[in-house]
Design a protein around this ligand. Structure first.
Ligand SMILES: *Cc1c(COP(=O)(O)O)cnc(C)c1O
Length: 231
């Protein structure tokens, strides 16, 4: 098993190569290290290697990490599905929410947030029933409705690709999200600059970068899982 440093180096090389292939700049891609399966110590180690963005998918996990990790230069990302009644626990603790996909959550954010929150609207591009996210055909209307909520800023769109070996299918999903992003951004809505794309995980982040991802959410390929150890 590779060390954390070796994994980080390999991911960096692959990100750089994907940027080169697609004519993008490395600085336009942010790695969100998904630490949901590992300890705060592990999260700290990855920060020492230069990671500035951490992602968690459960309120309890987020709050526990924040309690033991203090860093002014860190951005926190909530990447999981959130229940309305849990919004209050996290919304003033995060820099980005990646999973806004319904008005009940928007209403709760409006009620609870003390400052405007950068949100990604999650889109179910693949149409799999198991996936959360708003349907592409309802996206525009949803985002227009969000104008009423001054605590929500639509920073971008997020999706999860299907778990498949079929790279072309994955690519099609990412390309569709980018095209939806472009359509929303072209509307120049004050509340929805929609410049960002959160897509790509351990298995598909290079494809996502080639298709325009600004935020890749990488868990196992980087920090592993708690049970698997390091060396
Ligand atoms: C767990 C998770 C990830 C990271 O997945 P890996 O395959 O471990 O990289 C990314 N995004 C979301 C929404 C997740 O829940």
């Amino acid at each position: 098993m590779d060390t954390l440093q070796q994994r980080m180096q390999k991911i960096e090389e692959e990100i750089q190569a994907a940027c080169d292939r697609s004519g993008r700049k490395r600085q336009d891609v942010t790695i969100v290290a998904v630490t949901k399966q590992v300890s705060a110590d592990r999260a700290r180690e990855v920060m020492e290697l230069g990671i500035t963005d951490l992602g968690e998918n459960r309120p309890e996990g987020l709050l526990a990490k924040q309690e033991s990790i203090e860093s002014e230069n860190l951005s926190w990302h909530f990447i999981g599905n959130v229940q309305s009644r849990k919004v209050k626990d996290i919304i003033n603790q995060v820099d980005f929410l990646h999973s806004l996909d319904r008005l009940s959550i928007a209403k709760e954010i409006q009620k609870r947030a003390t400052v405007p929150v950068d949100c990604f609207v999650q889109v179910n591009v693949s149409g799999e029933e198991s996936k959360s996210g708003i349907e592409p055909t309802n996206l525009e209307e949803f985002i227009i409705q969000l104008a009423e909520y001054d605590k929500i800023r639509v920073a971008g769109l997020m999706t999860m690709a299907p778990y498949t070996e079929n790279e072309e299918w994955i690519r099609t999903i990412f390309r569709s999200l980018r095209s939806l992003r472009d359509q929303i951004a072209a509307k120049n809505l004050d509340h929805a600059p929609c410049a960002l794309l959160s897509m790509g995980m351990s298995n598909d982040y290079t494809i996502a970068i080639e298709e325009g991802a600004t935020h890749v959410r990488i868990g196992t390929a980087l920090v592993g899982t708690e049970s698997e150890g390091d060396e």
